[in-house]
Write a protein that binds this ligand. Structure first.
Ligand code: LLP
Length: 426
């Protein structure tokens, strides 16, 4: 459930009419609901009630400082994958002991920064990375807490670009090699093994692949403990999907996911970490855009909107479906027509939806793209020199711009022209 509902014929974000925000901020923009973010975080936290656990929000989904600060205030940990994300977590007030550092290519600098600033653990993805972390830690005279990310060779049954748990993927250490790598890790002076990490993919709509992976983790835990390793922590990754298409059956709920975790791993007495991103932020955000033109083509009609693939890349990149609804509630029984909904960018790939049935809409009308809170703003670019669109957050009857739209001038001034080019810039 989210807090973007029609009320009195107009789409509201919590208690604020979306059109009011559009008038104040201009389109396009991202709009988040604080109540929805809070609710989604709590669903996970409550799903693991009674189990020693930490919900580490995967901030790659949406990393505006306002979102991070809100979640940090609720007690969230963070899953970070870069020096930039680590800095954002710290800036949001997340204590080091609540930050887990994932990612296949952690650099020496990133490792050193996290060790100096404090962290809960590195989720180590390969043997060379383990060696690097050990070397940096020894040089700094500290001990790095680590889990090893194992690749369980499980098919997550999701889009190929976001499946990570098959042996052909670049992620993790093959589970068959795990015992050998743990034995090696135990011999290193700069690292301390604290547990196991696994993450098999994103937008999973079924619990079965999670269950298969977690069962392998449970088995490995027993083996590693028998080998003498202290496995006190299990990081189970993120990946629980969200309903993008309201007509489809809904993915499992966090409470069902939590119950499955207890069933598979509860007996091990380990601390549980999870790294949800999409489910916390996805349906807590919409993208609001305005129709510029209605263009009647040959055999198909186009709604040309002022948002484009640079603002929301998911449809172009993953053929992702986003529900697109008018901000003014359509009259009951209004007849729908199919439109291709496209942006102004000069590529055919700049298509949000094809032959999408839409109620009557015309130039100037506002549309909302639902489920755009995760992997929306964070994946935006300035392609076609389109400035990054603003982000706004609503709480109750108030709203605030949490990242403003840059001016053209700011965009241009970020570049520098070497003196040897000459010319005469205005
Ligand atoms: N933990 C790790 C190690 C991850 O790689 C990811 C996501 C997560 C947690 C969070 O997964 P989530 O709960 O959000 O599914 N840009 C793509 C999604 C990429 C996901 C990458 N990893 C999209 O727009 O669908």
């Amino acid at each position: 459930m989210d807090h973007f509902l029609y009320r009195d014929g107009a789409l509201h974000a919590e208690d604020v009419p979306v059109a009011e925000i559009a008038a104040a901020v201009g389109t396009p923009f991202y709009l988040y609901s604080a109540a929805t973010l809070t609710r989604h975080f709590r669903l996970f936290d409550e799903a693991l009630e009674g189990v020693d656990h930490l919900v580490c929000y995967a901030m790659k989904a949406a990393s505006n400082q306002a979102i991070l600060t809100l979640l940090a205030g609720l007690g969230a940990g963070m899953d970070v994958v870069s020096g930039g994300e680590y800095a954002r977590a710290k800036a949001a007030g997340v204590p080091g002991e609540r930050i887990v550092f994932s990612g296949v290519g952690k650099t020496r600098e990133e490792i050193a920064t996290a060790l100096a600033g404090g962290l809960r653990q590195f989720n180590v993805e390969s043997e060379p990375e383990l060696a690097e972390i050990d070397a940096v830690a020894r040089q700094m005279g500290v001990i790095a807490p680590v889990t090893l990310r194992v690749n369980p060779d499980v098919d997550a049954k999701t889009h190929a670009k976001i499946a990570t748990g098959k042996s052909e993927n670049k992620f993790g250490i093959p589970i068959a090699r795990a015992r050998a790598v743990y034995a090696h890790a135990a011999s290193l002076q700069g690292v301390k093994v604290v547990g196991i990490d696994v993450h098999i993919g994103s937008q999973l709509t079924d619990l079965a692949p999670f269950r298969a992976a977690y069962r392998k983790v449970a088995e490995l835990t027993g083996q590693l403990r028998a080998d003498g390793h202290e496995i006190s922590r299990l990081d189970l990754g993120g990946g629980l999907g969200i309903p993008y298409e309201r007509s489809n059956s809904a993915p499992p709920l966090p409470v069902e996911y939590g119950a499955m975790i207890r069933e598979e791993l509860g007996h091990l007495g380990a601390q549980i970490e999870i790294e949800p991103g999409r489910l916390i932020a996805g349906n807590a955000g919409i993208m609001v855009t305005q129709v510029i033109y209605v263009k009647e083509g040959e055999g198909r009609d186009f709604l040309i909107v002022d948002a484009a693939m640079n603002d929301l890349i998911r449809p172009a990149m993953y053929d992702a479906y986003h529900d697109i609804v008018p901000v003014i509630e359509p009259a009951p029984g209004a007849e729908s027509r199919p439109y291709d909904i496209v942006g102004p960018v000069c590529e055919t790939g700049d298509t949000f939806a094809r032959a999408r049935a839409m109620p009557p809409v015309g130039p100037g009308d506002l549309l909302a793209f639902r489920s755009a809170g995760a992997y929306g703003a964070v994946m935006a670019s300035e392609y076609n020199a389109r400035p990054m669109i603003p982000e706004v957050m609503v709480q109750g009857d108030q709203f605030a711009v949490i990242r403003r739209r840059p001016t053209f001038d700011e965009m241009i001034k970020r570049d520098t022209i070497p003196p040897w080019i000459g010319g005469n810039p205005a």
